[in-house]
Design a protein around this ligand. Structure first.
Ligand code: SAM
Length: 345
């Protein structure tokens, strides 16, 4: 497959996704109207059998499938370039791999996002994920600031952390803004996926960034000393974990934070009404995200407080100037900032 055919097909899928997330989504929302639904089950009862909802759901499921595994999908495209891609990563150091680490079952049992083999099982998975992630917020124009930059803006408005831990850093997209904008700070970035870590490490080396290390580690059981960081952060990680694992991660964040340190996560949580909740739960099923609904149903603020944190806050986050937080105009993830402080004493 040549580059032009691949790019044209992926652009077409993105256009179709934009149509799905705007015109089709609005029609669905209007068809539900102010039905007086009190619960997610009421919304399901009102619209689940309609042709519009069935077509909407088909688009969502199958555009994503085609993006990864269709004839012009990300996996076949990168597979054909496997040798060249892997040779780019050959020089990456072994710090990214931990021989003894057993990947948790919740992580390996599902092909998250419909990515065949997940982000961890194939050496080229980091490249596939990186290309796929360029359209995570399809409504944000190319000229607009990326969601990771906006999240970093929010944190840096408050203070400049000196020692940062990015949990579940993937191929480094959530890590890079901290590394670039805080050259005097130290950034540790951890993930379970070796292919993603090696790509992250490669990109950091290309950018001549010397204040970051990418290491394979379970965010729930790190090897950092207690009190090592003044900021522990994650982006789009919590919703990919079952509730017990989230608790373990919160415990670990508490342990590795210095007293007075802050934990600030960006994830998908605040849903303003039952319609959005119904749509979000359907998205979770259609996108192979089995822990997304349990996460959205947690009493997050109390859970965080029960781990010893103070000043727990859970607030909606606008990922782009072009979206409304209520999600009336277009489908969007319920971006949410979850933050809390480890008490000084
Ligand atoms: C949706 S990705 C987000 C990646 C990155 N933070 C970003 O914003 O682009 C979620 C990441 O969490 C990682 N992950 C899941 N469970 C983990 C765990 N227990 N410890 C470390 N990383 C984990 C996955 O491998 C994946 O790279």
């Amino acid at each position: 497959m040549n580059d032009r055919a691949f790019t044209a097909a992926q652009d077409f899928l993105l256009s179709a996704k934009t149509y799905w997330s705007t015109t089709m989504y609005r029609a669905l929302r209007d068809s539900h109207g102010e039905e007086g639904s009190q619960t997610v089950a009421d919304v399901a009862q009102a619209i689940e059998d309609s042709t519009l909802y069935q077509v909407y759901a088909w688009y969502e499921r199958h555009l994503q499938r085609m993006k990864y595994a269709g004839r012009y999908g990300l996996v076949p495209y990168h597979n054909e370039r496997r040798i060249d891609l892997l040779s780019e990563l050959d020089s990456e150091d072994s710090e990214c791999t931990q021989e003894s680490l057993t990947l948790p079952a919740y992580y390996t049992v599902v092909d998250i996002h419909q990515h065949p083999g997940g982000v961890w099982s194939d050496g080229i998975a980091g490249f596939v994920y990186e290309r796929g992630a360029r359209t995570t917020t399809p409504l944000a124009g190319a000229a607009e600031k990326d969601v990771h930059e906006r999240f970093t803006d929010l944190i840096l408005e408050e203070w400049k952390p000196a020692n940062i831990l990015d949990m579940g850093c993937g191929f480094g997209k959530s890590t890079q803004p901290f590394v670039r904008r805080l050259p005097d700070s130290t950034v540790e970035a951890i993930d379970l996926s070796v292919p993603c870590l090696r790509l992250a490490s490669y990109a950091a080396r290309e950018a001549q960034a010397s204040n970051v290390r990418f290491r394979q580690m379970d965010a729930c059981r790190t090897d950092y000393e207690a009190g090592s960081f003044d900021l522990v952060t994650s982006t789009m990680v919590l919703h990919e974990m079952p509730p017990k694992t989230i608790e373990d991660l919160l415990d670990e964040a508490f342990r590795v934070l210095t007293p007075g340190g802050r934990m600030i996560h960006l994830d998908f949580y605040c849903l303003p009404d039952v319609f959005r909740r119904f749509i979000h739960y359907g998205h979770a099923r259609r996108n192979n995200e089995p822990y997304m609904q349990p996460f959205a149903e947690l009493q997050l603020s109390s859970l965080v407080s029960s781990k010893g944190f103070v000043d727990a806050q859970v607030a909606p986050f606008q990922e782009s100037d072009r979206v409304d937080l209520d999600g009336n105009e277009a489908w969007r993830f319920p971006w949410t900032v979850i933050s809390a402080t480890k008490p000084k004493t």
